[in-house]
Design a protein around this ligand. Structure first.
Ligand SMILES: Nc1ncnc2c1ncn2[C@@H]1O[C@H](COP(=O)(O)OP(=O)(O)OP(=O)(O)O)[C@@H](O)[C@H]1O
Ligand SMILES: [Mg+2]
Length: 248
């Protein structure tokens, strides 16, 4: 499978066949300094391959969001190895981390929409960032309608419900079809129908477009579409279950 690395520099910007989208080896992570230094992740090892949807579950405080933010190049680790899209993040400079982030779609709990822009304009901004001005309106409307928001495209966030805002944020994260999608409880504020639309869109991106998706969730509707479930307990990956036949 070929991926294009439009926003990477150098040789990696060419089409590259990748075996692993995420490859983590012996990763440890600590918060705080000196006496306050506390270990939150212990010897994490796992991989994600192109087209996989993997669910991460685990009790509150077990380190799920921390691990997601390390994979997303939002914070840096200094013990072990963390390769994202073929790029080692441990020891990487800040500007290079920013480049890695351009290939990742983030769906985190705080949606951070621009209040002065409409739903469509919020999504269009993400398209503009990759320089695709001509198609931005069309792409934004397409994805908003896939998420059941075609009638809300020209409304500003203050005129949208919590669940609608969340779906706009999801549209913004997915509109560029990033190679890697990281989602932290993406359907927590959504009703069953909206959750289903979000899940179907993610499944399409993974299965038809080869995108790789890591989702923190306890939503059983999402668990149904997962290729694998990983369970994080007290900062350790406890188990991996294949769930191809989940629910049967
Ligand atoms: N910025 C921070 N500074 C210090 N400690 C932190 C920080 N963020 C999280 N922690 C601690 O690290 C541990 C893991 O937190 P994390 O947010 O990754 O857990 P989580 O599995 O995502 O939990 P939840 O399911 O409640 O979202 C917790 O003990 C938390 O208190
Ligand atoms: Mg969390």
């Amino acid at each position: 499978m070929n991926f294009s690395f439009n926003s990477f520099d150098g040789a990696q910007s060419q089409h590259t066949a990748l075996q692993f989208v995420v490859q983590i080896r012996n990763l440890n992570y600590y918060y705080g300094q000196g006496e306050l230094r506390t270990q939150v992740l212990y010897n994490i090892n796992f991989e994600l391959t192109p087209g996989q949807i993997v669910i991460m579950t685990g009790p509150s405080g077990s380190g799920k969001t921390t691990l997601l933010s390390l994979i997303g190049a939002l914070r840096s680790a200094d013990e072990g190895s963390l390769k994202i899209l073929g790029q080692e993040l441990v020891g990487l400079s800040k500007p290079k981390m920013v480049q890695v982030r351009r290939n990742i779609g983030f769906i985190f709990q705080a949606h951070n929409l621009f209040e002065s822009l409409t739903a469509s304009q919020n999504v269009e901004m993400a398209v503009e960032l990759l320089g695709n001005w001509r198609k931005k309106r069309k792409l934004a409307l397409e994805i908003l309608s896939q998420l059941g928001l075609e009638h809300r495209a020209n409304y500003k966030p203050k005129a949208l419900s919590g669940g609608q805002k969340q779906r706009v944020a999801i549209a913004r994260a997915l509109v560029n079809e990033p190679l890697l999608i990281l989602a932290d409880e993406p359907t927590a504020a959504l009703d069953k129908k909206s959750s289903h639309e979000v899940i179907m869109l993610m499944r399409k991106l993974a299965k038809e477009h080869g995108r790789t998706i890591l989702i923190v969730t306890h939503d059983s509707g999402i668990i149904d579409v997962a290729d694998r479930i990983i369970n994080l307990v007290d900062g350790r990956l406890e188990s991996e279950a294949m769930v191809k036949s989940y629910g049967q």
